[in-house]
Design a protein around this ligand. Structure first.
Ligand SMILES: [Cu+2]
Length: 139
């Protein structure tokens, strides 16, 4: 009796913990799904003009900031993207064009609706390359 109750309390706490973590992860991703921090950089990826990405060609901007929030210019920014969980689809790689103020621009051909995985690699002279990954929902 007592043991059963203790076990159900533990199960309830574990359940609450998992639910809390899930909600936290969900809220964090909703608050800002398009920023990643790695290697002393803050890297943003967002679709321009179109709002939510749709099937076909979509323009994206990549913003690169340093630790102090200053734009990182003169980097080589490459994008590698594929559809999540679709083994038959080959990943595509392309470079992003530098615009200004730490902003780089690219056009991704998102041929199907669903979840895509977009990897962004930032290379600077004399510094280890930084790669981050974004899930992108395509309608
Ligand atoms: Cu696909």
């Amino acid at each position: 009796m007592r043991w059963t109750r203790r076990r159900s309390v533990v199960a309830a706490l574990v359940g609450l913990g998992l639910a809390g973590w899930t909600i936290f992860a969900f809220l964090t991703s909703v608050t800002n799904p398009s920023v990643r921090e790695a290697g002393g950089l803050k890297i943003y990826l967002y679709p321009t003009l179109t709002g939510a990405p749709r099937t076909g060609d979509n323009n994206f901007e990549i913003k690169v900031l340093d630790r102090e929030g200053r734009p990182v210019d003169g980097a080589s920014v490459n994008v590698r993207y594929t559809m999540t969980g679709m083994s038959g689809m080959e990943a595509r790689t392309l470079g992003a064009r530098a615009v200004t103020q730490g902003i780089y621009e690219t056009t991704l051909s998102l041929s199907m609706a669903g979840t895509w995985e977009v990897g962004v690699t930032v290379e600077r002279p004399g510094v280890a390359p930084v790669t981050v990954s974004f899930p992108v929902q395509v309608q």
